[in-house]
Each structure stands twice: as structure tokens, then as C-alpha cells.
Design a protein around this ligand. Sequence first.
Ligand SMILES: *Cc1c(COP(=O)(O)O)cnc(C)c1O
Length: 489
Amino acid sequence: MNAPKLLFEQAKAGNRGWAPRPPGVPEPSAAELIPAKYLRSEPADLPEVSELDAVRHFTRLSQLNACIDTHFYPLGSCTMKYNPRVNEKVAALPNFAGMHPFAPDECAQGTLGMLHGLQQMLQEICGMSAFSLHCAAGAHGELAGILVSRAYHKSRGEKRTRVVLPDTAHGTNPASARLGGFEVVTVSSNSRGRTSLSALREVMDGSVALFMLTNPNTLGLFEDEILEIADIVHGCGALLYLDGANLNALAGVVRPGDLGFDIVHVNTHKTLSTPHGGGGPGAGPVGVAAHLAEFLPGWVVTEDGGVYSLQRPPSSIGLLRGFAGSVGILTRAYAYLRALGPEGLREHTLGAVTSANYLRARLSGTFAPHVDEPCMHECVLSARAQKERGARALDIAMCLLDAGFHPPTTYFPLIVEEALMIEPTESESRETLDAFVDALLEIDRLITSDPEAAHAAPRSTPVGRLDEVRAAREPVLVWKGDSGPSAGP
Ligand SMILES: *Cc1c(COP(=O)(O)O)cnc(C)c1O
């Protein structure tokens, strides 16, 4: 496959897209309408192409993407499940899609009723007393949860300065804790890949505001000592936070509130099948136990005698973005939950866990499992034996591209050598899972017979292996026509 040309390379001076006909009324110039300081002195450096060429260019680019609609996409921790099209249809209903964000509550009863229904379902699924749908992503929900914990301790006249998390935590956890003004303390995992209770006991004291845990954790393992963990944390007056990114392994089966969690965020683009943003809007609803409800961010939707309204929680940590939330995304999440119902949700959860264990069982003789136990929704394997034969996890990922699969997450969690973190989700058929396993076993044989060939992958993609370090350090952000690419600022 050849790399497509950039739009600038296709451009020819004088090419034009569609232009409206002259309007037949006087046309003021830009200088008459816009203050001079906002006007360009020279025309913008835009590629001149016809409308059809522009359409073809972007359509081709969109088809070069690996996405869930074209490829099996077992990216661990990311839950790349199928986004049912009925969600899109519901979100596009004109009365949802056309609702003005500033519409008064009395004109938005349908939308508010839908958001209220989503809050109720999330409360039931998570075993939490209240939810705010305000936040725009998982990490955003984390920050909100951390600020809720700060406000809670402050309201009790306590100044707690530390947030504790396990060494398997997603990178956003320490980042959110730092942003929230806390010092971060890491506790190690034990040989079973779970939080070490003795390490936890050692760091927990009256200076800790919050213990942030992902359960199942990022090794795909259920923290089976969670009740003891909750006792230790609460015994110090701290709060227990669930990074709910992996809720797709619990939903409909286990409620985080019953495990002792005080705060949880939910990634709708993972568990609830809304699209992974691509930089677009997302949603990270935050749920809390009763004693924290007054601190929730943004607004919550309340119902009184069949009338819905947006209310600021009395001691809210405030606004972290505009409006009630990413309503278009939340509508999709609502549609997904209503289409499944409680039984369907449970089936999805069990399906995700079954798929991951199927892959683990078929692959663990070739790729060593980090912990040799049944997993939850994802399995973490190691390519250390392959590394000894001359090819690394990165080479395996690149070979998978040639085999027609999006690679799994590699080199995360950081504590696993040559990690391959595989999350198949419930969406995939047995045939797809088998084809993926067969491809990995074939790659393993290739590494034995010809490790150099593994280093040369991928060969079938528009560009070969990229220098990711250089791409990050010297990004080419500006294209100056004929003078060639130049580094951006
Ligand atoms: C995906 C993920 C996050 C971050 O969620 P975003 O919506 O990408 O901000 C946090 N923690 C874990 C464990 C995750 O898998």
C-alpha cells in the first residue's frame, strides 16, 4: 500500500472547492466588518484543491484507520467494544440532538428525564447514592472525585495531604491526584498481582485523603481482599475511590458500593459502548456514597412530582466544564443500558470475562501469564520468552498489524516485563478470537525461525515502522508548501 499524498502535495494554485453564487445584494468587505487587528495581512496558507479531491482525500484517510468497525481491537484497559448503531440513532433524534444547551428546564423535560434515568441506572449498577454526569472523560471524573474528597475532609476540619495508589495504577491516577493538590504515595503489589495489604497498612495514616484503586486492577485481576482494603482505608478516616474504567467486568454482577467504595467514576466510552472520542467529547460520570453527595461537581438532575430540574449540589466543588455534561454521549450510554436491561448487562459482563479467559487459556502456554490464575475482562501476558529468542512485545504488535489485527496494549502495566495486555471484550465471536490466537502462535513460530522478519514488520501498512521517540520529540506540525516540512514550535 502506498502512503497517500498530503493535501498540500495534491494542491494546485487556482483549484477551487464549491463557492456560492454572488448573492445579488451589496457584499461588505471583511475590513468593513472586522477590526483591523483581527485581519490577516497575507492570505492563509491553505491547500487549493477541488471539492471532490478534498472529499476523496479525507475519505481515504478515514479508511486507513484501524477502528472497531474494521478490525479486532483488543487494546487492554481501553475496552474497544462494539458501539451498537441503535445508540447513534437515539442520540440523533431531533429532540435530543437539537436541544439548545441554554434551554430552560421546562423546555428540556425530555432530555432531563433521560439524564435522570441514566443517573438512576448508574446508581443502581454501582450501588452509589448519587451521580453527577458533568465530567467529560475518565481522567476528568478522577479529578472531580479527588476534589470531592478534598472538600469532604475540609468540611470536617481536616487537612489531609496524601493520595495512595497501587503500582499498577493507570497513569491518569497519579496525574489527577497531583492536579488535585495531593502528594502521591505508591504501594506495591504482592506476588498474586493484588494490592499488598501489609504495604498498604504501612502507608495509611491520618494524612491520607484517599486510596484510589482499579478493580479489577490493571492486571485484569479482581482485588479479592477488597473488603479488608476498605476496612484499612476507612479505619484511617480516608475514602476509597474506584477508578471505574474496568466496570465492564463488574456491571450487573457486583456493585462497587457493596465492596466499600465511596467514590467511583465510569468511563462511558468503555463500559457503556459510547465512541472513543478521537479527541471529541466523552463522558466520565462520577458517583458517590450518601455522605459525599453534597460535594458533587456541576449539576445533578432531580425529579419532583414528575418535573425534572438541574440542581447544584449544596456544597458542590463547582463547575469543571460548561453545562450538565456531554449530553450526546450520555444519550448513547442511556440507549445502551435501556437496550440491554439488567440481564443483558450481566450477560455482557460475563461474556467479556469469558472471552478474556478463553484467550488466556489458549495463549498462556506460549506467552507467559503474569499471574497464572483466571482473569477478569483482560489478561496480561509477557513476551519475555520471545525476547530471549530475539523479538520483543513491540515486534509482536507490529507483526499483528500485518496479520490484520490491531495490537493489544504493550509495555503496560509497567511492572510486567514485555507486557501484552489483551482485552477482547464481549463483542467478538469465537472465530475472531481463534483467528487472533492463531496469528499470535504463528508470530511466535516466526520469531523462532526468523526474528529479523519480525523486526521488519509491519509491511502491509501505508507506512512502515515509525520512530515513535523522534515523532514525539521532533513533531512536524507545519507544512510550508514547496519548502518542505519544518519542525513546529
Ligand atoms: C482509560 C482509563 C482511564 C482514563 O480514562 P479517560 O477517559 O481516557 O480519561 C483511567 N484509568 C484506567 C484504569 C483506564 O483504563
